[in-house]
Design a protein around this ligand. Structure first.
Ligand SMILES: [Zn+2]
Length: 411
């Protein structure tokens, strides 16, 4: 593990010579471990960081004083030897996560450890405007704040956008399904909430959440594909780093070409993955009313099981799976991942037709980049996007815990 290697080598190299930056680095290493494991024993922390027990005790005490961790019961997994205290992420430091989409604005408070402590899905009858999003989020956040204990603190807002975001997150360049162009939503939202707001593409933050907590934890070469109401987005993690590209727009996997002369796409092309493989096709196939689309997975699987979904529905699923396989072949040939995580309605496709994706990829899977590639399904719902949006806020806190909070209380 990189963090461990850094922790121990830094401790040896800098101990006594560069105390302050050494302490910051060690605080960061310990907090990252507590955050990514959502709770770790003190003995495990000592083993993983290579730091000695008294150093770990001092670091944990400092993080605890800052409200970032809590020491709790004895590690239940430990059966032999001396019992070890568990160090868990503190509940009092929170990020506000926001994800607007065509029919819903999702707002959540997320604590360290990627725990969603309160989530509201505000349904809209049509795609919300930027001003409507600001109003909805402000009202929901005001309600959430009044319910928080007095010692809890929201340290920033993370905004996940189904579209292109300016590198650095200053504005939304384009969210075609929301009909947004050049919108300064991050600044408007930040002013309304009085919170520092960090913005990124929704599939990219989903990929980060998968890498931090989900099926991709500890996987250095990962492709995440997320299918939502606004199309298909993706994130590529290669060698442990998110692939950004020259202008920050890498990973537009929804625009992978899957059918010559296919359906027109919002990008101006035809036959893109997100134009051909859509959540709407599944909703229409089973004739789901607008208000019930949230339960698409459950209802579709039920209908397939009890036989009330006809051949037409099965044919739609089969075609979507085949086209998804075409897109996956291109993506995996290009980036050679060890895990592909499918989220949103893409996981529904896999569950609705067990084995179909593997079959569609059959011949191809003997090919070099595919050998040993695992296909994993992301957890149900939009949670990875919200957890990933919170990660945007927590990133500078994890890098410099004491400095970040000092700056916060100074501002
Ligand atoms: Zn396209």
């Amino acid at each position: 593990m990189t963090a461990a290697a850094q922790g121990s080598s830094t401790a040896r190299t800098y101990l006594g010579s560069n105390r302050d930056s050494n302490r910051q680095h060690n605080l960061s290493t310990v907090l990252q471990l507590v955050h990514s494991t959502a709770g770790i024993s003190r003995a495990q922390l000592t083993r993983t960081t290579g730091l000695n027990r008294s150093t770990i005790a001092a670091l944990v005490a400092e993080l605890s004083q800052l409200g970032l961790v809590v020491e709790s019961d004895i590690d239940p997994a430990q059966q032999h030897g001396r019992p070890s205290i568990m160090i868990e992420p503190g509940p009092a430091i929170l990020a506000l996560a926001v994800n607007p989409d065509v029919d819903v604005v999702s707002v959540a408070l997320v604590s360290l450890g990627g725990r969603i402590v309160n989530a509201v899905r505000f349904h809209t009858v049509r795609a919300p405007s930027v001003v409507e999003v600001v109003n909805i989020v402000s009202a929901v956040y005001a309600g959430m704040r009044t319910a928080l204990p007095p010692d809890h603190r929201v340290v920033g807002a993370g905004l996940a956008i189904p579209g292109l975001v300016e590198p650095g997150g200053g504005k939304v360049i384009e969210a075609p399904h929301l009909d947004w162009r050049d919108e300064p939503l991050p600044a408007l939202l930040g002013d309304a909430l009085h919170l520092n707001t960090v913005t990124a593409n929704d599939a990219v933050v989903g990929a980060r959440a998968q890498a931090a907590f989900g099926a991709g934890q500890g996987v250095p070469d990962l492709v995440y594909l997320y299918g939502g109401a606004s199309g298909i987005g993706g994130g590529i993690i290669s060698g442990g780093h998110l692939v950004k590209g020259a202008t920050g727009f890498a990973g537009q996997l929804g625009h992978t070409h899957v059918r010559t002369g296919g359906a027109p796409c919002s990008c101006g092309s035809r036959g893109c993955l997100e134009a051909e493989v859509t959540r709407e096709a599944l909703i229409q196939a089973i004739g789901l009313p607008a208000g019930e689309t949230e339960n698409l997975e459950e209802i579709l699987l039920e209908k397939l099981e009890d036989g009330s979904a006809g051949d037409e529905v099965r044919a739609v699923i089969q075609e979507q799976v085949s086209l998804l396989a075409v897109g996956l072949k291109t993506v995996t040939s290009l980036v050679n991942p060890s895990v592909v995580v499918l989220g949103g309605f893409l996981r529904i496709l896999v569950r609705a037709a067990p084995g179909a994706l593997e079959k569609a990829l059959a011949g191809f899977r003997n090919h070099g980049p595919w050998e040993n590639v695992k296909i994993e399904l992301a957890p149900l719902g939009e949670d990875p996007i919200l957890i990933g949006a919170a990660e945007l806020v927590f990133e500078p806190l994890l890098a410099d815990p004491a400095g970040f909070l000092q700056k916060q209380s100074g501002s």
